[in-house]
Design a protein around this ligand. Sequence first.
Ligand code: IPE
Ligand code: IPE
Ligand code: MG
Length: 253
Amino acid sequence: MLDPLPTSTLKPDVPRHIGIIMDGNGRWAAARNLPRLEGHRRGGERLIEIVDACIDLGVSTLTVFAFSAENWKRPPEEISGLFKLGEWILRAHLARLERRNVRLRAIGDLSAMPDFIRRPLTDVIESSKHNTAFTLVVALNYGARQEIVRAAQAIAEDTAAGKIDPTKVDWSTVESRLSTAGMPDPDLIIRTSGEFRLSNFLLLQSAYAEIVFSTVFWPDFTKEQLQLALTEFGKRERRFGMTREQIQATPTA
Ligand code: IPE
Ligand code: IPE
Ligand code: MG
């Protein structure tokens, strides 16, 4: 598609926060007559490469959708295989995370996760909390609708307890009760595998995110593919409800 904007107005800036819906592991494996779990394993390797690439590019936060609240509907062997793989990846790359000064965070309901993954994960979240170079957020048993329901419950409880005035409820009241409280909103959401949907990922936080869909299956999403997504992001004009003239008159921060 032809770009209607003159090059001078294109913003090649690197997004501060990228969210990735890492999709297509199963189809990648099926296309090679391999078990689905092999696709997940290769997807895990790709994640390590993409984390490194994001750090090198100067991105500050990466949120990856690793397991959705709806993924419990999958066959139990696939679920347990995924969790074992997640625990293995964490253990294998712990030193690397530390060396690169990465802070690990998680969003989603970890309480439903098996102990063997929840314990090491919460340990690393705690031990890395002062790391400053980069934040890697793992969305695990995460669903945006579940997240908003929990925020609504918390607001209702605080209102009933007289801690907040219902007429004063605003976006900051809601935002501070989401699992992403304190994080910048994603600037760019990437979904791989040629699916054009968000599947309950960061629905509120993505209100003004640019969305890039890649047809590549996640295990094939190399750092060159990431660069293509960033180039696409750089071509977008983010207007946040304003006019193009207003945006062009605004000095870039
Ligand atoms: C994404 O790949 C990984 C998870 C959802 C855990 P899929 O497993 O959804 O792969 P496809 O979509 O079946 O190809
Ligand atoms: C979204 O992928 C969840 C993750 C990538 C973890 P799915 O494969 O579960 O999404 P749907 O079911 O195709 O929408
Ligand atoms: Mg999928």
